[in-house]
Design a protein. Structure first.
Length: 235
């Protein structure tokens, strides 16, 4: 940010939620996948995503100004390097994280920040009358988005962590709260003699075997479901 324009910089921060929501919408629509091969006219994009062409144009025009897309002559759009990260096949994908950021319950919780600051209580629990983890465990669609978002982050960090720390001294590596196992899989991939234990909520680890098998470490990793806030299952 430029100290020469503090008001402009502040306005960007204040209005940042608008860009965040816009990115979340195109991630939900899968527009980056629609544009992955070439630039397309707004009508073609709208047809592929079943959207209102003029409304979609205004959204994409906005995101072009934010650098997520590039607007070409005659209302055609293409992905920028930022937009490429929203593709489902990108090695640096953040599409699930973008979708998570736009979920209503996430927005509502941030909107209740004043309550948390004043009382020290969770704004989510105040709004929904339930613990976030318990609430989400009953919402399959929300759980899937959250798990995918967490896997994107842990998968991206996994290789860096596995290569920057020497895990060779350990025969068994336990990842408590390890989601679907992306981080543990990365560590076990680089340390062939180690075994792993993945521990997280039952509805979270249900798909962990797919991640572990894809990494070729499923035979060296035990998956356990439980609640770390209550007890860790002995092995």
């Amino acid at each position: 940010m430029s100290a020469q324009n503090p008001v402009i910089d502040l306005m960007r921060l204040i209005s940042g939620f608008q860009v965040s929501q816009a990115i979340s919408v195109i991630a939900e629509l899968g527009i980056a996948d629609v544009l992955k091969n070439d630039a397309l006219h707004i009508d073609a994009i709208a047809h592929a995503t079943q959207c209102h062409p003029r409304s979609l144009y205004r959204l994409l025009h906005m995101l072009a100004s934010a650098g997520v897309l590039e607007e070409l002559p005659e209302q055609r759009f293409k992905l920028t390097l930022l937009g490429e990260c929203l593709r489902s096949d990108s090695s640096s994908k953040r599409s699930a994280w973008a979708r998570l950021a736009g979920r209503p319950y996430v927005w509502q919780s941030w909107g209740g920040m004043m309550h948390s600051v004043k009382t020290g209580e969770s704004s989510f629990s105040h709004l929904h009358g339930a613990n976030l983890w318990e609430w989400r465990s009953k919402k399959r669609g929300e759980t899937e988005i959250f798990d995918a978002a967490m896997s994107e982050l842990s998968g991206a960090a996994g290789k860096a962590i596995a290569s920057s720390y020497d895990f060779s001294a350990f025969n068994v590596i336990v990842d408590v709260g390890g989601g679907q196992g992306a981080l543990l899989a990365a560590v076990l991939t680089q340390h062939k003699n180690a075994k792993g234990i993945l521990f997280d909520l039952p509805h979270v680890v249900v798909k962990a075997q797919d991640v572990l098998r894809a990494a070729g470490v499923a035979d060296r990793c035990e998956v356990l479901g439980g609640n770390v806030f209550r007890a860790v299952t002995p092995t």
